[in-house]
Design a protein around this ligand. Structure first.
Ligand SMILES: [Zn+2]
Length: 130
């Protein structure tokens, strides 16, 4: 379990919780991904537009990090069911934004056609890149 930290996010204009992913135990591989990365647990609606102040990267990158980290998001993920283009399983997707979801089976990012319903939930279908 990673320790939770707090910081003020200038994009969301509120205090957010984040964790640092564990460093890899074996050093010597210079460019391993995933270790020592900031993962914001308050990723969500307020992150649209601009760069994420915590990562200096587009908000979507943080969404993918959070989804793959398995950390508890501050607010539950919106989940939709669709067939993954990568692994071909009909499965659950974590909704990253109105056009993007992350497959819970293989962890790949899919372009989704999302329709938001009145109750705030979504229905979705994957769509091929043009
Ligand atoms: Zn998949």
């Amino acid at each position: 379990m990673n320790k939770h930290n707090m910081t003020y996010c200038t994009q969301c204009e509120k205090d957010v919780r984040f964790v640092i992913t564990p460093a890899h135990e074996h050093h010597g591989h210079a460019n391993l991904p995933d270790g020592n990365q900031v993962v914001c647990l308050d990723f969500g609606r307020g992150c649209d537009g601009g760069l994420c102040p915590l990562s200096g990267l587009p908000p979507m990158v943080m969404g993918v990090r959070l989804a793959r980290s398995g950390e508890d998001k501050a607010e539950p993920w919106n989940l939709v069911h669709a067939v993954c283009e990568e692994c071909s399983f009909p499965t659950e997707f974590k909704v990253l934004d109105d056009q993007t979801g992350l497959c819970s089976v293989c962890g790949s990012v899919n372009r989704l056609a999302l329709l938001k319903l009145d109750d705030g939930s979504y229905v979705a279908a994957t769509r091929k890149e043009p």
